[in-house]
Design a protein around this ligand. Structure first.
Ligand SMILES: Nc1ncnc2c1ncn2[C@@H]1O[C@H](COP(=O)(O)OP(=O)(O)OP(=O)(O)O)[C@@H](O)[C@H]1O
Ligand SMILES: [Mg+2]
Length: 233
């Protein structure tokens, strides 16, 4: 099926980004600003395996988005899914920036006050991740580029995106790994954010005292494993 037309009958598709697995476009969905994400085939994979993996990713992404919505976690509204082209169409979060860009701008404009300024944002992220894990959603690719800040950053209106690697699981181990992935992404993208990650974890704990304790102890375990691996080389 062809991409949906805008109200004027034209579909103006603007390329935004090509990641490892998908191409992202901005376009119109019956007059609404829309983002489409098209998963493409990987030449090195066997065609049958490739097709089934692509479909799996597409389904995982859609499933996680609708689960999050039910949990009250802001995600873009899903508009349309086209399995024949492995594409889904979702609401464009207008007037937004990635958390990554926001952290970079604060760290650049106010290096000394950055920790204090970014602390409420870190707290909110911890709260959202705790809620998501409690609802048995593992994101799989937690980075500051996969979180959007809508409107005025002080509103802390965070929208989670990019659920292509997500799955549904309640095990503390998976939650610990999810948190570890985020810690690595945060620290490697933004210098001097160790304290900020601590704020994330404190809020994560507070939101859900009983369940989060197991996930945090798994996080500690995964960190130890990571460290050992680095030492062995
Ligand atoms: N619904 C949306 N509204 C506004 N901007 C979006 C939306 N979805 C994606 N974007 C923008 O496009 C970028 C890439 O999207 P996304 O993270 O989903 O793809 P990706 O990183 O290429 O995927 P993958 O990590 O699976 O290869 C985001 O960082 C964000 O800037
Ligand atoms: Mg991404």
């Amino acid at each position: 099926m062809a991409a949906p037309m805008d109200v004027s009958g034209e579909n103006v598709r603007k390329f935004i980004k090509q990641g490892a697995e998908a191409k992202v476009y901005a376009e119109n969905f019956y007059g609404r600003p829309c983002i489409s994400k098209e998963r493409f085939s990987k030449g090195y994979r066997h065609p049958t395996l490739d097709k089934s993996l692509t479909l799996q990713r597409l389904k995982a992404e859609i499933r996680a988005m609708s689960k999050c919505r039910n949990l009250g976690i802001p995600v873009p509204t899903l508009y349309f899914v086209d399995t024949s082209t492995s594409t889904f169409y979702m609401e464009e979060i207008v007037n937004s920036q990635t958390v990554r860009d926001y952290i970079v701008s604060i760290q650049t404009s106010d290096p000394d006050g950055a920790m204090q300024k970014l602390s409420p944002l870190a707290e909110k992220i911890g709260k959202i991740l705790s809620k998501m894990h409690c609802g048995k959603v593992i994101h799989g690719d937690l980075t500051t580029s996969n979180m959007l800040l809508r409107g005025d950053p002080s509103d802390l209106d965070i929208v989670l995106i990019d659920f292509g690697l997500s799955f549904s699981e309640g095990l503390a181990e998976d939650k610990g790994v999810d948190l570890y992935v985020f810690e690595r992404a945060l620290l490697s993208t933004h210098p001097n954010t160790e304290e900020l990650f601590k704020v994330v974890i404190e809020a994560y704990k507070k939101e859900n005292v009983k369940e989060s304790a197991d996930a945090i102890s798994k996080l500690d375990e995964v960190r130890m494993r990571g460290r050992k691996r680095t030492m062995v080389g």
